[in-house]
Design a binder for this molecule. Sequence first.
Ligand SMILES: [Zn+2]
Length: 141
Amino acid sequence: MTNDFTVGLVCTKENCEGGPNTPAQYFGGDENRCSDCYWDELEIEVVTPPMEVAHLEIKPSTYILQSVWKDEEKEVFYIHRQEEEPNDTDKVFKYKGKTYLYKIAKITSKESAMKAIHSWWRGCISLNDLNKKEKGRYEYI
Ligand SMILES: [Zn+2]
């Protein structure tokens, strides 16, 4: 009898885009999922910044808006932010080749969540303007 402890669990989703041997990262007994399949099955929306701001030096972030039902009736929204260089201590997950910082905000309506994302983009655009005008004055830009 062989010892198969070294064999990792694989994603059991039919037609997993990663292929038949994609390592599973979320375990549910018979229903193991790789990261992409797991997130695909949740109610999520990837919110990317408009093309008009893609050229900016300080890039506006992409977010994932996740709809979560509490007690079957109360919907809340988690916001996850794409992160280029997360810290080791950050709680992150992968989705379609990108890394996201898990749950940077929890907001009670979709409208408010979108308002928050838009305000962060506006903040980023302002930071770029400030960066042009006052280069070197602020250490973080
Ligand atoms: Zn998969």
